[in-house]
Design a binder for this molecule. Structure first.
Ligand SMILES: [Zn+2]
Length: 247
């Protein structure tokens, strides 16, 4: 079984009750934190039974602030607990982390980070979890993820406008967590900023034939849903989704 703890569901300028983008994937073998928006540490403690020492990996899609600004606080607690933090991401994410730690006055904390570079079209094993990546359609380098563990597949878009490589990567996955930064009437703006609408996320879920769709990276507005053949799971901050293998 895999559990997904939704620590944050909002984008950078979002409803504060949603918190910023972060999901904790818990399998029998490992715990993987996916993206680290602001206040991820408080959500980790509020929404899960885990602390920083329980994180096996932190996997980051890209260096925009709503995906990495929670990391300095995670590292503060790692230092308190005497543990290292294994971080996975693009090379420029590593550069951004070092720059961020310098900027906030804790440059030596980069020694707490054990960084592994993964690139687009990469494949990496996080213990028994296979992580496969493709490049996102976003203004800065960014990745989209597929996680496979114990016969269960989780897809995570990060930030991207609709992306065919991602659709091809995630066919038949058990859960798709897809960004839905804009409502459909603002699609031009979404595409201009390298983002997707609610309708885009639904179309991608339908085309990829995933079993369930979860929206993430929402904005200030309530979600407007349209009918679709794909079951949609509406989650709030701190919700937990349990996924068992369908035989
Ligand atoms: Zn972004």
């Amino acid at each position: 079984m895999v559990k997904l703890f939704f620590l944050g569901l909002g984008g950078w300028a979002s409803n504060p009750f949603m918190n910023h983008t972060s999901v904790l994937l818990v399998s029998e073998c490992s715990r993987v934190l996916i993206d680290v928006g602001e206040c991820t540490y408080s959500s980790l403690r509020m929404c899960t039974p885990y602390d920083v020492k329980d994180l096996d990996y932190v996997v980051i899609t890209h260096r925009h602030g709503d995906h990495i600004l929670g990391l300095p606080t995670i590292l503060q607690h790692a230092r308190r607990l005497g543990t290292k933090v294994r971080v996975v991401g693009l090379n420029d994410v590593y550069d951004a982390i070092k720059e961020l730690l310098r900027s906030v006055g804790i440059p030596n904390y980069s020694s707490i980070v054990e960084f592994t570079v993964v690139d687009s079209r990469g494949k990496l094993w996080l213990d028994r979890i296979a992580l496969t990546t493709v490049s996102a359609s976003h203004p800065i380098p960014a990745l989209m993820f597929r996680f496979d563990v114990d016969g269960i597949c989780i897809a995570y878009s990060g930030d991207s406008s609709p992306n065919q490589d991602f659709v091809d990567l995630i066919r038949g996955c058990d859960v798709l967590i897809h960004e839905a930064s804009f409502e459909d009437e603002f699609r031009d703006e979404a595409l201009r900023h390298g983002h997707s609408t609610v309708g885009d996320a639904v179309r991608i879920a339908e085309e990829a034939g995933v079993r369930r769709l979860v929206f993430i990276h929402r904005d200030l507005n309530p979600l407007t849903l349209r009918s679709t053949s794909v079951p949609i799971v509406l989650v709030h901050r701190c919700d937990v989704l349990e996924i068992t293998r369908i035989l």
